[in-house]
Design a protein around this ligand. Structure first.
Ligand SMILES: [Zn+2]
Length: 174
């Protein structure tokens, strides 16, 4: 199983290859992507590579993606305790979603705490979040595409194939 450092390298090289391929396609007019879309895709990709790696299922110990959060890394310990290493957290569709939901819970809890401690700041942040939702779904699609690609590269490097998800579902008692 590759280490966190090797996963980061694999993702970095893949991103470089993708960038080269996309630049080539853009130059020839085969692809149309604007700067905002590319930035969102990249943000999703790097957040997924550095901060939201599937190996956060080891966050009860010391793992690279937990350390990347600095002191906030401790917030991922419950995630590490809930998810068995290379279990559901390492599935192709649901796995990346579990980390997004967990993150949404963390942000929600933090916002509630902030709006209780500093009502004005909490209100401003909520307004900002409402504005983000008004931007429509397209920005989220680009963000998610980058994020999911980073997760899938990790799973491929771990030797986990997409059909594992299907077999996992099939193996469930009905
Ligand atoms: Zn892994």
């Amino acid at each position: 199983m590759p280490s966190g450092r090797v996963h980061t390298w694999i993702n970095t090289l893949s991103y470089g290859a993708l960038l080269a391929g996309a630049s080539y396609a853009l130059e020839r007019g085969w692809l149309r992507v604007d700067l905002a879309q590319a930035a969102l895709f990249s943000a999703g990709f790097w957040a997924g590579t550095l901060l939201l790696s599937p190996d956060l299922d080891l966050a009860e110990g010391s793992v690279r993606s937990k350390r990347a959060w600095g002191p906030l890394g401790a917030l991922w310990v419950p995630y590490g305790l809930i998810f068995r290493h290379r279990g559901l957290s390492h599935s192709w569709l649901v796995g990346p979603l579990t980390r997004l939901l967990y993150l949404a819970l963390l942000v929600g809890a933090l916002l509630s705490l902030l709006s209780w401690l500093l009502p004005a700041l909490g209100q401003a942040l909520l307004l900002y979040l409402a504005q983000l939702t008004r931007a429509g779904v397209l920005p989220w699609v680009w963000l998610l595409a980058g994020y999911y690609l980073s997760q899938w590269l990790h799973l491929i490097a771990d030797g986990i194939r997409p059909d594992t998800d299907f077999r996992r579902w099939q193996a469930r008692p009905h």
